[in-house]
Write a protein that binds this ligand. Sequence first.
Ligand SMILES: [Zn+2]
Length: 226
Amino acid sequence: MHELEKWLLPPRCVLTGELADITDLSSPIIQSLKRPSQVCPQCCEPSLQGDLCGACLTQPPAFSRTQVGFYFAEPLDKLIYDFKYHQKPSYARLFAELLVSRLQLDNVEALVAIPTHPLRRRARGYNQAELLAEALGKILQLPVIKQAVIRIKNTSSQTALTSRQRQENLKNAFQINPERLIGLSHIALVDDVITTGATMQQMAELIHKKTDIKTCQAWSVAKTKR
Ligand SMILES: [Zn+2]
């Protein structure tokens, strides 16, 4: 958080309401968040000693690396739910600050948010992944490329679907504007939560098929534990 911003809007824990140290969540709560460790660098699924997992060795995903802040568990799950469904767009800054502390920038040059369908965006008033990407971009001083990929299929909520059903559901869900990504080689796709990785896979696959992008990383605040 910038000094002036901090002075104008002192950090206050969104859960307890108490004044916090550096971000809008108190330090003990931040400490208690469950962080993935011993995971495959490419897909963030558990792996021995943090090596590349068997699945990524045999059939590598289209994204080169997955960087996730935390597991989707209490109390982060509730905060993300409020961010998405209860009109809390201001949480974007908090999530970006939490995620940045866990990220390695590597050679990423720009960010692309996972798009929502225009109808859903209109109903909600914002796309939470885009707000998150903008907040991250501000901290990391990286551009956020808008309209690079758009969602043309209003997929129903994927929460109850299996990995295979998600892949099917997402078929032809996105359309790309390749000219938006000209001149870039390494990007990160940004979402609030990664569940099966199906959305990241579809997006990265499409980007590799239609552009000269060399690597797409997958970044998210949280990931569900399988
Ligand atoms: Zn893996």
